[in-house]
Every structure is written in C-alpha cells, then in structure tokens.
Design a protein around this ligand. Structure first.
Ligand code: GDP
Ligand code: MN
Length: 344
C-alpha cells in the first residue's frame, strides 16, 4: 500500500539562496606526475587513494609529463579515475638530454664507477633528477599554475585530508611543504656542497636572513649533513622555483655537471635551495598527511587524529628513525641565521 510521506518531509523549507551558490575557494594548483607508460597501474593505486582521501571534493587537475609520448591506454586508464581535468605533456628534448658542455665519456665513466650505488649506473635516472631539479616547472602545461603537488606511482595516502593543503599554504605564504625527510647517500653528492658554497660566494645577496641552513649544515665543520626533504612528495610554490634565485642556482649546478658526473638528486637540490632562500616559516611539515613511499612513511603521531582519519601505525612513522631529519627540523629555531661566511 502506498503511503503519504510523513508530514515532516513535506515541510522541509528550501535552503536560503545565499547558501546554495557560494563556490568553494580553490587555489591555482595542480598535481604533477612525471611517469613512464608502463607505470600506469602503479599510479592508479596512488591516484585512487588521492581521489578518495582528498581530491574527489576538490577536483584539482592532473598534469602528466613524460619523455616519451603517452599511449592511449595510459591516458584512458588515468582519465577514468577522476572527474578533474587531466592533461598529458611531452618533455622537450632540451630538458631531457645532455647539455653541450657535458663530456659524454666522463659521464659514462661515472656510471661505470657508480655501479654499487642505487641508480648509480642509470642514465635515465640522471635525466629524471635534472628534469625535476630544473625543468618540470617550466613545462608549458605548468605555466598557468601557482602551486604543485608532486605524486609518484606506487605511493600511498594513509589519511583523509579534510582541508585544502594548497590554500593552507597560500594563506600563510608557505613556499615548500613536505612529509618525509631523510639523509642522502654521500657518494651521490660528493661535490654538491662545495659547488653550492662557490655559488653562495658569488651570490651572497641571494641568501635569506634568517634562513634554514642550520638544518643542513654541520655547525662545527660547515659541511653538508645530507639532510633533505624527500621530493617524491612535495607541495610547493611554482613561483619559488621560477624565481631568479632558484633558476640561477639550478643553472650554476647544471654548468658544474654533477647531475651527470655524480648523481645529484632533485631532493638535495630542492632542499639546499629551500635552506638558502627560505625562512623556516615558509617551509611546512605536513605532519597530518599520511603518506608512504617505499620503506618510509609519514604516519600522524597524534592518536586521536590517527584513529579517526588514518590507516597506519604511528610507531612505523619514519619520524622515529635515525635516517629522518624531521626532529631536527622541528627543533630548529625559526630565527636561526647561520653565519655561512665563516665556512666559505
Ligand atoms: P625513486 O623514487 O628515487 O626510487 O625513483 P623513481 O623510479 O620512483 O622515479 C622518480 C619519478 O620519476 C617517478 O614518478 C617515476 O615514474 C619517474 N621516472 C623515473 N624515470 C623515468 C623515465 O625514464 N621517464 C619518465 N617519463 N619518468 C621517469
Ligand atoms: Mn619513487
């Protein structure tokens, strides 16, 4: 027998007009994904979690970049996971090849010599690190954005993200956000710090005061302590990477050749740049974003937040490991202003 709906349902008043239309605030931001075609299913795992935990409520666009053309299969598999805009870019040859001043024999010798280091013998890994250090933010598809969030295949998002990290950064003038920190393999960056010191000697005026050099430089020896933000996760300002300071630092490193004669990673490059050019207030640890890449995870330590929003064990957080430099970041005095002159 059909019944009349209860009276209470018949009398629900219409929502006032002003509540209906207010568009949510949104940052001018995108996800950026450097990836190979064969990694599509590993990426779908990352993307599915990112959509469920965050982006289904925001629809921030995805920019996929590749040194080879994306296949139709790749495109359709990722497009079908989101209602956001998705675009696919080919990397220009100059951004993924040897600059003219690089000695190819010396580069090949390096790859031979570094067989015992992870990715030490890989040529493509070096192009990848150079691209992520100096070029992804200059790709035409990235041009219109102010902030990016880097995402990789196979990473996990372990908690609901119930606010907008891009707006969080924009509202506080934060330029660089991270989840995990670690220590670089020394033999991949043998001359990176000396090259950086030479850059500082020539560009003293570019160093910020205060800065966070105290986080990466041993205050007794003046040497690089290998601490870096793990760049497989980054939420950061594109204006920062496009700034004259950052670009002149990248060009300086590129001329020195260490992307090919050693195996300089984009993580220490971004991190040292942030240490020189940014104040601590402009750098943010997204402690509450549960994230895993390989062996390392950032799992929120606050039990109440963790219970409600996450699926990870706080005890497994890399924060507690001796490899991480996050404790040192947290305890760094925001006003500390390392006197780098005495080490030059
Ligand atoms: P790891 O995180 O340091 O172990 O290095 P990955 O293998 O994860 O590479 C870092 C990022 O660059 C990932 O997003 C990869 O998909 C991407 N990547 C690495 N090598 C290449 C390459 O040769 N071509 C393209 N298109 N992407 C690459
Ligand atoms: Mn990776």
């Amino acid at each position: 027998v059909l019944q009349e709906p209860p009276a209470v349902l018949q009398t629900v008043p219409a929502a006032p007009v002003e509540f209906v239309q207010a568009p949510p605030r949104k940052a001018n931001a995108c996800f950026v994904v450097l990836i190979r075609n064969k990694e599509v299913h590993d990426f779908r795992e990352s993307m599915r979690q990112l959509e469920d935990r965050f982006n289904n409520k925001h629809n921030y666009p995805y920019v996929f970049l590749n040194n080879e053309p994306f296949t139709d299969e790749f495109k359709s598999y990722v497009t079908s996971l989101t209602s956001a805009n998705v675009s696919f870019g080919l990397i220009p040859e100059e951004h993924w090849s040897y600059p003219t001043w690089i000695d190819l024999n010396k580069a090949a010798e390096t790859r031979d010599r570094m067989k015992n280091v992870i990715y030490g013998s890989s040529e493509s890994y070096r192009h990848m690190c150079r691209f992520e250090s100096g070029f992804f933010f200059r790709h035409p598809l990235m041009e219109s954005y102010d902030y990016y969030w880097r995402v990789e295949p196979g990473v996990k998002f372990l908690c609901d993200i119930d606010y907008d990290p891009f707006l969080f950064m924009q509202d506080r003038d934060i330029k660089y956000g991270f989840t995990i920190t670690g220590k670089e393999i020394r033999s991949t960056v043998t001359t990176l710090w000396d090259t950086t010191k030479q850059f500082i000697r020539e560009h003293k005026d570019m160093v910020a005061h205060p800065n966070t050099l105290g986080w990466i430089v041993n205050s007794r020896t003046g040497k690089y302590n290998m601490c870096h933000y793990w760049s497989n996760f980054e939420i950061a300002s594109l204006k920062f990477l496009r700034s004259e300071k950052y670009l002149s630092y990248f060009e300086y490193l590129d001329k020195a050749g260490g992307f090919f004669y050693e195996r300089w990673g984009d993580a220490p490059v971004h991190s040292i740049a942030a240490a020189m050019f940014l104040k601590k207030e402009e750098i943010h640890w997204f402690e509450d974003i549960g994230y895993r890449h390989g062996f390392a995870a950032n799992c929120p330590l606050d039990p109440e937040l963790n219970k409600k929003k996450c699926h990870c064990d706080p005890k497994d957080s890399i924060y507690y490991s001796g490899w991480s430099c996050t404790k040192q970041f947290v305890s760094l005095d925001p006003l500390s202003d390392m006197d780098i002159d005495k080490f030059l």
